[in-house]
Write a protein that binds this ligand. Structure first.
Ligand SMILES: [Zn+2]
Length: 384
């Protein structure tokens, strides 16, 4: 009986802790989505009492999550409620892009400002452990730029392959030939005994984190569903629906580079023929024997990218399609045929063209997106 009572008490206390965490995180996410809300606004929106909101907001301000800005009092309307914002100065995030032979690490605020960044190369002929050692050194070098009053609360990784989030594993990185790498555990082990020891590490596919970067670090409510397509060495997509990332059963959702666009087309790295990646990705676009791609090659790749986006728009009806990845350096030479293809399909069906834009963070889309992943996961009602 006593045991049962103790269990019930422990369960109730853990339930309360979970409820409190849920409320704290709901407050943070609500202020992120709509900056400038007052305590009263938040209480009304979230269905909490004003005293609960006031107590939680005080804690969140003390801890560095939120800040309040005094409003100018004018005329006879009295003191207006104090607006609350995400504090961009005290709690910081580290994001890392693990590319093919290169790493990019950024230090960002909770609102996505890049405060420091560093890029390094690594030898793709070596195994994942060698890459993780280089990554560890780079993370520590960037983290050293953190000020005395600042604290890094999480590390996010954008990896070039399928990620099984539940098992903390990089399942397969096709361009690196890495299989079933416990990337997160290896990085945590490498960080033991360093200033980043114990920092939570989160990882996800590179296109997925880039999509999160666009939705999380958006100064205004982001388009939703938001579809981001990365075009670089490979081609991949990330989809945010209802504020959540769609990852699929095994973390392979969005592997759109292997959608077949041309029956019996050129051979793809996956062994099939006519995949989007073989028609649009690095080998088709960026490495024409070391030369710049010809105008014809760009026009053709842009056309096929337009076909791919048309198929994805039909499948998901996104509010916005965002294009990112290293191929964006090609600018209008690639984007003009993309837009022309989308326009042709739209006109033929008498429908509006899908909204299309280039990723906000340009070349940093994956690294900043990885930092967004850390912020996103840390602010979920239950720590995923
Ligand atoms: Zn393929």
């Amino acid at each position: 009986m006593l045991m049962k009572a103790m269990q019930t008490k422990a369960e109730s206390s853990s339930g309360q802790a979970q409820l409190k965490r849920g409320n704290r995180m709901a407050l943070i996410r609500q202020v992120r989505v709509l900056p400038g809300q007052s305590r009263v606004d938040l209480a009304n929106t979230l269905g909490l009492t004003k005293s609960t909101v006031s107590a939680l907001v005080r804690e969140l301000i003390d801890e560095g999550w939120l800040l309040e800005r005094e409003v100018v009092v004018t005329g006879d309307i009295g003191r207006r409620p104090t607006p609350l914002f995400i504090d961009p100065t005290r709690l910081l995030l580290l994001g890392a892009q693990v590319g093919i032979g290169h790493l990019r690490v950024v230090l960002t605020s909770l609102t996505g400002e890049v405060l420091s960044a560093r890029s390094v190369g690594y030898d793709t002929g070596l195994d994942a452990e060698a890459c993780i050692l280089t990554l560890t050194r780079t993370l520590l070098a960037v983290a050293a730029r953190c000020g005395k009053t600042q604290r890094i609360i999480g590390i996010g990784l954008g990896l070039p392959g399928g990620v099984d989030q539940a098992h903390d594993q990089l399942v397969f990185a096709p361009h690196l030939h890495w299989h079933e790498v416990p990337f997160g555990a290896l990085l945590r082990a490498a960080l033991q005994g360093t200033p980043l020891s114990g920092a939570p590490v989160f990882m996800q596919n590179d296109a997925d984190v880039a999509a999160l970067g666009e939705s999380e670090f958006n100064p205004s409510p982001a388009a939703d569903p938001l579809l981001l397509v990365l075009v670089g060495e490979g081609v991949g997509a990330g989809l945010v629906v209802g504020g959540r990332l769609l990852t699929g059963t095994r973390g392979f959702a969005g592997e759109v580079g292997h959608m077949v666009l041309q029956i019996d087309g050129p051979r793809c790295s996956c062994g099939r023929r006519g995949c989007a990646e073989a028609l649009i990705g690095g080998r088709a676009l960026l490495q024409q024997d070391g030369d710049a791609p010809t105008p014809q090659a760009l026009a053709q790749a842009g056309h096929f990218l337009g076909v791919l986006l048309q198929n994805l728009a039909v499948a998901y009806d996104p509010a916005c399609i965002v294009l990112g990845g290293s191929a964006m350096v090609l600018g209008d030479a690639l984007l003009a045929p993309v837009r022309a293809t989308l326009r042709q399909y739209a006109q033929a069906a008498g429908l509006p063209e899908p909204a299309l834009r280039v990723a906000r963070f340009g070349a940093d889309a994956i690294a900043v997106g990885a930092a967004a992943l850390a912020g996103y996961r840390l602010t979920q009602p239950t720590l995923l």
